[in-house]
Every structure is written in C-alpha cells, then in structure tokens.
Design a protein around this ligand. Structure first.
Ligand code: FES
Length: 110
C-alpha cells in the first residue's frame, strides 16, 4: 500500500527506515535517512515523513505531539500537516517526503 504526499521532482531513492510493527498508531519516530534526520509519523493507516527540524527555529518535530491530525512543534507550537508538511497560518512548510508501506517495511524516498 503506497501513501503519497509531497516530494521533490528530483530522482528519488527509496530507503527502508523501519519495520511496520515499529510504528504504532500516533507514533513519531526519528530516523536517519542517508544522513538526514527525518521524523516518521503514523496516523491510522496513513504515514508521513518530514524533516525533523522545524523551519521556524529548528525545534525537533519528533519531540512534538500529534493533536487532531496535526503535528505540533514542541518549541513554539506551530502546527504542521504531518503528511504534506504545510504549516497552518504560516507560509513556511517543513519538507515532506514520500512514504511507502511495503511487505518488508516502511520506505521513504529522498
Ligand atoms: S521552532 Fe518550531 S515553532 Fe518555533
């Protein structure tokens, strides 16, 4: 099952980042993908992957909270769409990556 969200148009390379069982519903899991720190997010059967660093002042989004389908930055409370990375009220999204759930794990495209 593939879940698509925002991504760049550059050539993609897919990286296996976790077992499906590692990510419970509502989980925020920091993972390193090709040297980039990314937060992997599960909301029900939907998955997101965002840069871990909040674009406002660098807050660690993996230490944030999920509330009503939004990811809240732990430092100043900006609210992000955990799938698209769009920021409510600010024109400063966090970079989002494509995620796929495959039979052998969760993959993120860079
Ligand atoms: S660092 Fe995230 S809202 Fe300020």
């Amino acid at each position: 099952m593939g879940i698509e969200n925002a991504g760049s148009s550059a050539p993609e390379s897919w990286h296996r980042v976790a077992d499906v069982a590692e990510l419970a519903d509502g989980a925020l899991k920091p993972v390193v993908v090709a040297g980039n720190l990314i937060v992997l997010i599960r909301i029900g059967e939907r998955y997101g992957a965002l840069d871990n660093q909040c674009p406002h002042a660098g807050g660690p989004l993996a230490e944030g909270t999920l509330e009503d389908g939004r990811l809240i930055c732990p430092w100043h409370g900006r609210e992000y769409n955990p799938l698209s990375g769009k920021c409510e009220g600010y024109d400063q999204p966090v970079r989002a990556y494509k995620v796929e759930v495959r039979s052998d794990g969760i993959y993120v495209a860079l």
